[in-house]
Design a protein around this ligand. Structure first.
Ligand code: ZN
Length: 369
């Protein structure tokens, strides 16, 4: 069992809310931060079937990719439609949480997951997010307190350097201060300049973590005024690995037909539509799950041999042809339905005492005849 807010926090580890697009509505949709959760149901969309399944299975939380509340609600009639579902969810104490474009854009989010399923390696974002940036954080701490500060930094995601966490550097030095009238110094005497040996602790931190970590540090730091510096790092060394879509390479170049077979098998889709000239060999591949036709020019500019996305409209197919780029439409549903397995893997490894289920009602709204 866990509190709902603990589960939201675990989801936000791979899908920080600050990465969500402005027009999106990711995060808590309905329900509670404090309720106890024993069972979680994962879904692409929150439909009537998914809600009934959640009630039957006695789950306390539905986690979906597409936000349940998207365009706002002006009235809530509980007789039918969305209003009826809201009423059923509340009556049955079921919360709904959605991780949408923040999960799309995250470094290890949905696009990364689908790229891995297709065997696309050495990926980088197709469209880099400008939400994320690395900072150097410097904190000055009394020496007997440094380890506590380092623990807090590491446990909250600061000091992440490639495949290494808890990275830091520490030097000792003299600090001076004079407590003024009205202050309550941890060391020293009012109106007397003090000199103490302190540690200067340096680490790196993602922009999106700053708002979380600084209040925790200030809360536990023994000084009334915690001295710290925050320096933005040059983008050249703080390479942003978040962003919509991915582009990378197949291990071995393959023919267009083999590549189509690979997509159908890996994503579990029965058909794809393609537009634009068919290349001889596919090696460099761009993809954007959901609806990514607007990024076709990014895929072209970055030299992709093929671009996989969904929801391609007729004139976007024309655009593919005019831009001389082979675009494969594997469907909005087809490119996103496996999101539940990404969420399941992540939640199961971080919440072993909670039952995590994928919905039996993950279905496209389209019927194929
Ligand atoms: Zn979508």
């Amino acid at each position: 069992m866990a509190k709902a807010k603990e589960i939201y926090k675990i989801i936000e580890q791979i899908a920080p809310l600050c990465l969500a697009e402005d027009w999106d509505n990711s995060g808590l949709q309905i329900g509670s931060y404090d309720q106890d959760v024993k069972k979680v149901l994962l879904a692409l969309d929150v439909t009537n079937e998914v809600v009934q399944e959640a009630i039957e299975k006695g789950v306390q939380l539905i986690v979906s990719h597409h936000p349940f509340i998207f365009n706002g609600i002006k009235s809530l009639c509980v007789d039918n439609g969305k209003g009826e579902l809201v009423a059923q969810l509340i009556k049955n104490n079921i919360s709904v949480y959605s991780a949408h474009t923040n999960l799309d854009s995250a470094k290890f989010g949905l696009n990364h997951y689908i790229a891995s399923q297709l065997g696309i390696k050495a990926t980088e974002p197709l469209v880099q997010s400008d939400q994320d940036q690395l900072f150097k954080l410097v904190i000055f701490s009394p020496q007997n307190f440094s380890q506590k500060i380092l623990n807090i930094l590491g446990e909250n995601g600061a000091g992440l350097l490639g495949k290494y966490s808890h990275s830091s550097f520490r030097t000792a030095g003299k600090s001076t201060f004079k407590p003024l009238e009205g202050s309550q110094p941890h060391f020293g005497t009012i109106n007397k300049v003090e000199t103490v040996i302190e540690d200067r602790i340096e680490t790196i931190i993602d922009r999106h973590l700053i708002k979380t970590i600084l209040p925790i540090l200030k809360e536990v730091h023994p000084y009334e005024e915690m001295a710290y510096d925050l320096y933005p790092l040059d983008p050249l060394i703080s390479k942003n690995e978040n962003g919509l879509g991915k582009i990378g390479y197949l291990d071995n170049p393959m023919s267009a037909q083999d590549f189509i077979d690979l997509i159908k098998e890996s994503l579990g889709v029965s058909f794809v539509r393609t537009a634009g000239p068919v290349p001889e060999k596919i090696e460099k591949v761009a993809l954007c799950t959901g609806a990514g036709a607007e990024f076709l020019s990014f895929a072209k500019f970055k030299g992709a041999d093929a671009y996989i996305t969904g929801d391609l409209k007729y004139h976007e197919a024309q655009n593919a042809k005019e831009n001389n780029l082979w675009v494969i439409d594997a469907g909005h549903f087809g490119t996103e339905k496996n999101v539940v397995y990404l969420l399941k893997d992540h939640l199961q490894s971080h919440c072993p005492f909670i039952e995590i289920m994928t919905s039996e009602n993950i279905k496209s709204f389209f019927d194929i005849y």
